[in-house]
Design a protein around this ligand. Sequence first.
Ligand code: NDP
Length: 251
Amino acid sequence: MSPPRRQAPSDGKRVALVVGGSRGIGRAIALRLARSGFDLWLTYHGSREAAEEVASLVAGMGRECTLLRFDVASFAETTGALQARAEERAPDVVVYNSGITRDKLVVWMSEDDWSQVIATNLTGFYNVTRAVLFSMLRARRGRIVAISSLAGQVGNAGQMNYAASKAGLIGAVKALALEVGKRNILVNAVSPGFIETDMTAGIDLAHMAQLVPLQRVGTVEDVASVVQFLCCEEHMYIHGQIIPVNGGMST
Ligand code: NDP
């Protein structure tokens, strides 16, 4: 039996929703997907100027980029920004990249530190998926990639909130993959190790590099290339998997 082919919608365009595409890893993913021929729905929350810069780079590649501002932690805002748009046209690709840290030892971690991180990193994935999944199921095609973390696989002191949110994403991806695979929607997680971005700006990355078998921290392109592969490669039999991008660290 031949594998199901992705049905191109009648307008011939391919649309990628990149959630949290204004900075860092999400920005690199957005630019790679645009280069691969996707029009973008690019979401941001606080970084309007950075998002506008990505949009103008995408426009320079001859692709459309629609900027959407919402807080992924808010079900109402996320649904308001995405649901009607997705009903008109299902996205071909969804990348859930938004994430924050509020690192503290548990004894100092406030309820707000806990709940903000869970709401942004994990509940946001539910909020986004809930808003677009019906339309993707009807289209019977698509790729969903969530950005998890090495911390969600092995834990990290000072990151109980973050590690729990990223481990939760892994469970969510595995469960969702079991639900939607029969509709030709492939769902995977990418799990980066130490990557040089704003998020890791306060960390001694030279020290961290010594812990990595490849002896360097990762770049945003190291992560974006794997996401691009999962989203773009036509011949794809990877589904419900967690792909580590961590320079060889043990999971
Ligand atoms: P950055 O801090 O550089 O970027 C985070 C992105 O998430 C921004 O686009 C930001 O948008 C968006 N975002 C944050 N909060 C919200 C919110 N409430 N609603 C909507 N969007 C939001 O982080 P990185 O690029 O480093 O990280 C990207 C992803 O990769 C995260 O999920 C992170 O956990 C994960 N990761 C990163 C690692 C690293 O070492 N850097 C390692 C492992 C995983 P805006 O600025 O517009 O608010």
